[in-house]
Design a protein around this ligand. Structure first.
Ligand code: KG4
Ligand code: ZN
Length: 283
């Protein structure tokens, strides 16, 4: 899979670049600076991206800066809210991360909470697969949950001390429930289970955000990453944050991975090395 993904990057990037320039109606002369993702991600894909970035930087004679993918998710929020500035508290929920971070100033992030096992997006994708919704199943599970009632097939709500998450027990509970239902499982059961699973993940994510906001009072909260496209999370985040801080959720197309968020993060601060970083963190 990683090999196929890297090959896909190699084949599609040049055409995609042409298309992006055409759609944005810009020429290389309009570009001041180039930004490329340096990690976290699949190393083969990162190497392709950095290679193309270096090639363009040389051909266009422009500086190239390396961007952390997770920073990009936070900076996506600033694209639609130009007056959004740190200090802020962020919840970044994606296919590989469920991180609570403090951002005291531009370019500085401190992780204060994370998952012990699965990330929220990974949990949604695995649950969606169990419910026969394909991959990545987060958006399909979101749609199915809208037709269900979370109270009819309740699932446990993960609760760990402090600001840690865990979704593996919830995933196992869904597996056993589906096993118990066996062939008798109805469309309504599936919708109810999707709603219950979604509710457990969302309430668990927000309980820790609530606690983190109490511990670290700030004026701005950002909820970002692919899972921030989830409709229940969007609605409940606004209720949980309430009047304590201003909440920014990027629009749907800027929640899931995109290049604009990398450009936004790259436009701030000094030029950073564009070397591929194999680590999974926020450095
Ligand atoms: O940030 P992202 O696009 O890629 C990573 O950096 O991982 O996040 C992708 C994740 C996937 O797990 C996908 O299922 C999930 O975001 N996702 C959703 C929704 N839209 C995307 N999960 C729940 N509800 C959604 N509406
Ligand atoms: Zn992402």
């Amino acid at each position: 899979m990683p090999e196929l993904a890297a090959r896909d990057h190699l084949e599609r990037l040049p055409g995609l670049l042409d298309l992006a320039l055409r759609q944005a109606a810009v020429t290389p002369a309009d570009v001041d600076k180039l930004a490329v993702t340096r990690g976290p991600g699949l190393v083969g894909c990162l190497l392709v991206g950095v290679g193309v970035g270096e090639g363009l930087a040389a051909a266009w004679d422009r500086p190239l800066t390396g961007v952390n993918h997770l920073w990009g998710h936070i900076y996506a929020a600033m694209l639609t809210r130009p007056d959004l500035e740190p200090p802020l508290l962020g919840l970044v929920v994606s296919g590989a991360h469920s991180d609570l971070v403090r951002m005291p100033e531009h370019g500085r992030f401190e992780v204060i909470g994370r998952t012990r096992d699965d990330a929220a997006g990974e949990a949604f994708d695995k649950a969606a697969r169990m419910l026969g919704l394909g991959f990545p199943g987060g958006p399909a599970l979101d749609r199915l949950a809208r037709q269900g009632d979370p109270r009819r097939q309740p699932l446990p709500r993960p609760s760990l001390p402090g600001l840690e998450y865990s979704f593996s027990g919830l995933k196992t509970a869904l597996l056993y429930r589906l096993r118990d239902l066996g062939d008798k499982v109805t469309e309504r059961d599936r919708a109810d289970l999707a709603a219950a699973f979604e509710q457990s993940v969302v309430e668990s994510l927000l309980a820790k955000l609530d606690q983190a906001l109490d511990d670290n009072p700030v004026g701005e909260v950002v909820v970002a990453g692919g899972v921030a496209a989830n409709s229940l999370l969007r609605r409940r985040a606004a209720e949980v944050v309430g009047g304590r801080a201003r909440l920014t959720l990027p629009p749907l197309e800027l929640c899931t991975d995109n290049a604009a968020m990398i450009a936004a993060a790259g436009s701030y601060g000094p030029i950073r090395p564009a070397d591929v970083d194999p680590s999974l963190g926020w450095d």
